[in-house]
Design a protein around this ligand. Structure first.
Ligand SMILES: *[C@@H]1O[C@H](CO)[C@@H](O)[C@H](O)[C@H]1NC(C)=O
Ligand SMILES: *[C@@H]1O[C@H](CO)[C@@H](O)[C@H](O)[C@H]1NC(C)=O
Ligand SMILES: *[C@@H]1O[C@H](CO)[C@@H](O)[C@H](O)[C@H]1NC(C)=O
Ligand SMILES: *[C@@H]1O[C@H](CO)[C@@H](O)[C@H](O)[C@H]1NC(C)=O
Ligand SMILES: *[C@@H]1O[C@H](CO)[C@@H](O)[C@H](O)[C@H]1NC(C)=O
Length: 468
């Protein structure tokens, strides 16, 4: 009677597999399984006001379940049970800790970060879901962060008893999550392997005791990436090495105005945290490994831009730190540097990296001020433009800039005496113009053009013949 109709029979067998649910059902006679993935437990304001304790949960992702998290509990370590995702204690573990969530919503970048990590290394990725404690009032959230750290440390304790090594844990903490990670590190007396702070939170932490915030004693290697240190991020160095991107305050491609920040409405929220979240996006890009993001140690951003820091000598023993998963960020120095500020320039869009180029020039003394525009040209790439104001007192000038490709791929340098109204110098005589790749290593020479005369408004260009 019902032969022609598709009959769907649900067989009620919910199998708890590390608490992610497999629903088995029969569809038109064939058995099929569907895995329900675990996710963040988002919190609404109403639930938030009703609940009483922190609800810290863990999501596990491995190469076997890169797109589908399982809820992780200590039971998942029992390998005699059937699980979709095993926490393998002989693998290293990445622990991702999110930060403050103004609206109680799930952090959108978590999946991308976990997958980027898993593509690079065969590790356990544990995502800490402490949305409940991280949402709404910032000052209350700050009260919670140590309790969250204590709970995480109990899990880590359990994992080490099952065979994980303390030094195999790498915490990646975003904003306030960086200080949560730091406090877990404090509880383990600095014996965790590594902590990466992605724009560690600034408000209420800048003047805090190192015990209460992320600092270099919290793990064998601590690094931080700073992108919004004048606002949501911390302005002081907190790790062995601290990467300050574009000076660490304002990021290319993010709007500058902060007037909307006090409003905290949905439409402006993403805009307000653009600088702050750039650390996460740059880190993910670095994991993808499309190009190096190399920092140069320097006392300040101004000194860096002035071209006064071009090597990684000294405390870095000639090894420049690179954002990514290299051991100690690639620094081969004993002891490691401490609270060392390193600077790099990035572009406005993914993959954010660019090649640092030092421009040096020397002019014959000028009678009047002048302005010149220098352009670096590589085929198929956006041009790099640099404007320089020349005065009557100085004859030597240096500037740091970035170009999309390496020095050896620069085909042409163009120069223009752009001075009009305010800059009256007619002809400028350049004794030399040199460009060189940064970091500078022994044996690499800058490429130079010598003895150039340029009249006002008359463009000049020089082609290089180079091979990479
Ligand atoms: C999710 O959060 C709500 C309150 O925010 C809580 O009642 C519920 O138990 C949580 N669920 C899980 C699976 O932790
Ligand atoms: C692991 O699971 C098996 C089967 O469910 C159970 O018999 C055993 O007691 C569990 N072992 C531990 C250490 O929990
Ligand atoms: C854990 O990892 C080790 C080393 O990669 C591997 O030999 C072992 O089979 C893994 N164990 C499980 C249960 O997957
Ligand atoms: C990283 O690479 C993957 C795969 O090539 C791509 O889907 C993803 O968008 C990349 N992420 C970033 C941040 O570049
Ligand atoms: C500096 O690096 C070299 C290798 O390039 C290494 O042999 C040496 O031990 C390092 N020195 C310090 C002080 O770390």
């Amino acid at each position: 009677m019902h032969n022609n109709r598709k009959v769907m029979i649900w067989r009620s067998s919910k199998v708890l597999v590390c608490l992610s649910v497999i629903v088995t059902f029969v569809l038109g006679g064939e058995e099929a399984s569907q895995l329900k993935c675990a996710d963040f437990n988002t919190t609404t304001w109403l639930e938030y006001r009703q609940a009483t304790k922190l609800q810290v949960r863990y999501l596990l992702l491995t190469r076997n379940n890169m797109d589908c998290a399982s809820l992780f509990t200590q039971d998942c370590l029992n390998h005699t049970q059937k699980h979709t995702a095993y926490f393998n204690t002989s693998h290293a573990t990445k622990v991702i800790v999110h930060g403050y969530r103004a609206l109680g919503s799930k952090p959108s970048w978590v999946g991308g970060l976990a997958q980027a990590l898993l593509r690079e290394e065969d590790v356990n990725v544990l995502v800490v879901d402490w949305l409940y404690g991280a949402s709404f009032a910032y000052n209350l959230v700050v009260e919670n962060y140590k309790e969250v750290a204590v709970q995480i440390s109990m899990l880590i304790n359990h994992l080490t008893k099952s065979g994980s090594l303390l030094e195999s844990f790498h915490f990646i903490g975003v904003s306030l999550g960086a200080h949560v990670s730091g406090f877990v590190g404090t509880l383990f007396e600095g014996k965790l392997g590594r902590i990466t702070g992605l724009d560690p939170a600034g408000p209420m932490f800048k003047s805090a005791d190192p015990f209460d915030r992320l600092d270099s004693s919290d793990a064998l290697f601590v690094e931080a990436i700073h992108t919004d240190s004048d606002y949501f991020g911390i302005s002081i160095p907190v790790g062995h090495v601290d990467f300050f991107l574009n000076g660490g305050m304002d990021q290319a491609g993010c709007a500058r105005s902060r007037f909307a920040s006090i409003l905290f409405f949905f439409p402006v929220y993403g805009y307000v945290i653009c600088d702050h979240m750039r650390a996460v996006h740059v880190y993910m890009s670095a994991l993808n490994g499309s190009c190096p993001l190399t920092g140069i140690p320097c006392s300040s951003y101004e000194e860096f831009l002035a071209g006064n820091c071009v090597t990684c000598d000294g405390a870095f023993n000639g090894t420049c730190p690179e954002i990514g998963l290299l051991k100690n960020s690639g620094i081969a120095a004993t002891p490691l540097p401490n609270r060392a500020k390193v600077y790099l320039l990035t572009t406005a869009t993914a993959p954010y990296c660019a090649h640092h180029i030092l421009v040096e020039l020397k002019v014959s003394p000028l009678d009047k001020t002048a302005e010149v525009q220098l352009t670096l040209v590589s085929p198929g790439q956006p041009e790099t433009e640099l404007r320089l104001k020349l005065n009557t007192e100085e004859i030597e000038y240096k500037r740091m800039t970035v170009h999309p490709v390496e020095l050896c791929q620069i085909d042409t340098v163009q120069l223009k005496n752009t001075g009009a109204r305010f800059y009256r110098q007619g002809e400028i005589h350049f004794e030399y113009i040199c460009i060189s790749g940064v970091p500078q290593t022994r044996g690499t020479e800058p490429i130079c053009v010598k003895n150039i005369r340029i009249g006002r408004g008359v463009p000049w260009s020089h082609d290089f013949v180079q091979v990479c």
